[in-house]
Design a protein around this ligand. Structure first.
Ligand code: DOR
Length: 433
């Protein structure tokens, strides 16, 4: 489609020449899109408007369970608009915005504000509500009024809920509402004062460490609380071999736990911190080689259900502080898919399960995102060139921030087009508005 033909939402076009990959399998087929929906999936479909997908994968849009959009409160780092633009360029048609904004998204009015900002964004913006008021871990937030706005995930991300009794009550409340609690697993007392993974590198660098056990204690506790309450728990950004082993064992016992891992936890180790570069500071921290190997294996064998970016933009001034003072977090939306393709060696369907339909199910949005590419489905799609190579250049990212740990890295696999409710919001790797 040439840029001289501005796209109208109710127009029709065919996505031609690609390999359709979804949860049902893989096939050569063209996809006819009409009025925001998939109108036909078949060989040799024709239309006067064509979006070229030769050599590409045509997949359900990616879904990110873990995006920090920073609005309200930290608009110098990201906004709903800039973050959703980065998401669309990364192949995402939906993101779940984390509630650790300023103020926190802990009530219906705050949630509504972000949903309203998201209404015109380049991807579908869903919101995770806070579990506790102000994310302070003291008093339950009004989950019911947020659930009434469609919130399906709740988390105090940035912090774990420390009080086991409060977490139990929150799980009981979530069970009654039919929503899911997502935990940032970190025992704050044990992690206190740490700035990187505790191990040989933290000793050598003289940086206080955060032991793996700070994460694992909370995974252990929440598996127990999930069993006690009969309510599902989703584990955010798991980073250690021990966490992964516990999740695997809980699943084998039939417990309803799910888990995600972030791209940096399957691509980078704590050795990256050797230069004290704050771009490698993240929470949970980059771990050792055995942990990275365990996370990779868990992505391959299904123990971990989703790749979630933990896209955490921070302004240059914030990251320019000394290592022990800089905030943790790294960008993720524009590199996650390519890192998966480049590093994991999974077949395309398995990788897309981790990036699209499994996270869509956890987010409670599989009616609109991640579903099979069939007639009648909502046209939320991503077209990926799996062979295209590119180099990560921070200055060319759409995010307002620049804190990617992958600057200069050559990756294989690139998003060519992203279709949101039938509208091509990204064409030939360029945002269309
Ligand atoms: O590295 C992180 N950054 N981990 C978190 O849990 C929070 C996030 C942020 O908001 O910057």
């Amino acid at each position: 489609m040439s840029p001289s033909q501005p796209f109208a939402i109710d127009s029709a076009y065919v996505i031609k020449g690609g390999t359709v990959v979804d949860a049902t399998g893989s096939r050569q087929a063209d996809v006819l899109v009409k009025k925001g929906r998939i109108a036909a999936v078949d060989k040799a479909l024709d239309h006067k408007h064509v979006i070229d997908a030769a050599g590409c994968i045509v997949a359900p849009g990616l879904v990110d369970l873990h995006t920090h959009l920073r609005e309200p409160g930290r608009e110098e780092a990201e906004t709903v608009e800039s973050g959703s633009r980065a998401a669309a360029l990364g192949g995402y048609t939906a993101v779940v915005a984390m509630p650790n904004t300023e103020p926190a998204l802990d009530n219906a009015a705050a949630v509504r504000q972000v949903l309203d900002l998201g209404a015109t964004a380049l991807c579908d913006v869903r919101v995770a509500g806070a579990i506790t008021v102000g994310r302070r871990g003291e008093q339950l937030a009004p989950l019911g009024e947020m659930a009434a706005l469609g919130v399906r995930l709740f988390t105090d991300d940035g912090n774990g809920v420390q009080d086991s009794r409060l977490m139990r009550r929150a799980l009981e409340y979530a069970g009654a509402l039919g929503v899911t609690l997502a935990q940032h697993c970190e025992d704050e007392a044990l992690a206190s004062g740490g700035h990187m993974n505790e191990g040989a590198w933290s000793s050598r660098l003289g940086v206080p460490g955060i032991p793996a056990e700070a994460e694992e204690l909370m995974v252990l506790r929440d598996i127990a609380l999930s069993r006690l309450t009969g309510t599902p728990v989703h584990f955010l950004h798991l980073s250690t071999a021990g966490s992964v082993a516990m999740v695997g064992a809980a699943k084998a016992q039939g417990l309803r736990v799910t888990a995600e891992a972030a791209p940096h936890h399957f691509t980078l180790t704590d050795a990256e911190c050797a230069g004290y570069d704050t771009v490698f500071k993240v929470n949970p921290p980059l771990r050792g080689e055995a942990d990275v190997a365990a996370v990779r294996a868990a992505l391959a064998d299904g123990t971990i259900d989703a790749i979630a970016t933990d896209h955490a933009p921070h302004a240059l001034e914030a990251k320019e502080q000394p290592f022990d003072q800089a905030p943790p977090g790294m960008l993720g939306l524009e590199t996650a898919l390519a890192l998966g393709l480049t590093e994991l060696g999974l077949d395309h369907q398995r990788l897309l399960a981790l990036l699209s339909w499994q996270p869509a199910r956890i987010a409670g949005i599989s009616g609109e995102h991640g579903g099979p590419i069939v007639e009648g489905a909502s046209a939320n799609l991503t077209v990926i060139d799996p062979a295209a190579t590119w180099v990560v250049e921070p200055e060319h990212l759409a995010s307002r921030s620049r804190n990617t740990p992958y600057a200069g890295r050559k990756l294989t696999g690139k998003v060519r087009h992203t279709i949101l409710r039938g509208e091509p919001v990204v064409l030939d790797a360029e945002a269309q508005r």
